[in-house]
Design a protein around this ligand. Structure first.
Ligand code: ATP
Ligand code: MG
Length: 203
């Protein structure tokens, strides 16, 4: 589908299949022009269940990014130490929207279900014991490129190898007790979100 923009911003959309999004983009573009916007800008337009950010250069739309959701847990070590608030602040500062969040405790069996992909690894017992050892803060996060960006913000699994400024570098003590979890791919994010949150909690 192609659509020519009317009004002060002139540009064309290609490969957008949803009329509702096009209308929302047009309305927002006009509002931005009316407000005297100049230069590069990022807009977010939405429809139920899906969000898109649209980047504008000058008067032409160049790229369309689909915003995505990822799943994260502030692990028991960080909650116990009182670092949950500081970690959340890092996450929000990095541009993530918190879609849903709660503080819960899980059983060893529930931790085993969550980390089932690691069931054959030698550290599986230690990992699931740890994850069920105290309250955790699971959450669903949203932004453009959320999955990769959260992994980057978390830092390497082993905090000794994590880059300066990352969450694990700042808050984790060891490879086993490493403060935060983040989904590593789209399919694992979908599984992990559904493991901890019901549809009603994800509006
Ligand atoms: P997470 O899945 O928790 O976000 P990750 O993706 O960085 O961490 P994985 O390889 O998925 O790392 O391992 C899952 C978790 O298992 C790690 O976060 C860590 O707590 C634990 N783990 C991984 N490797 C080891 C190890 N060699 N010894 C002890 N624990 C480990
Ligand atoms: Mg992992």
């Amino acid at each position: 589908m192609q659509m020519q923009m009317q009004g002060p911003i002139q540009g064309s959309f290609a490969s957008l299949e949803d009329d509702a999004i096009l209308v929302a983009v047009e309305i927002k573009a006009k509002a931005i022009v009316a407000a005297g916007w100049e230069g590069e800008e990022c807009l977010t337009v939405g429809r139920p269940g899906r969000w898109r950010a649209v980047h504008w250069w000058s008067s032409l739309i160049k790229e369309i990014y689909v915003s995505e959701r990822t799943f994260s847990i502030i692990k028991p070590d960080a909650v116990k130490k009182g670092d949950a608030g500081a970690i959340l602040a890092e996450i929000v500062k990095a541009g993530f929207k918190i879609v849903s969040i709660k503080k819960i405790s899980i059983s060893k069996a529930q931790a085993e279900g969550f980390y089932h992909v690691h069931s054959a690894r030698p550290f599986f017992g230690e990992l699931t014991e740890f994850m069920s050892s105290g309250p955790i803060v699971p959450m669903v996060l949203e932004k453009v490129n959320a999955i990769a960006d959260l992994r980057k913000l978390m830092g390497a699994t082993d905090p000794a190898k994590a880059e300066e400024g990352t969450i694990r570098k700042q808050f984790a003590a060891s490879i086993g007790e490493n403060a935060i979890h983040g989904s590593d791919a789209e399919d694992t994010a979908a599984f992990e979100i559904g493991y901890f949150f019901a549809g009603l909690e994800l509006k």
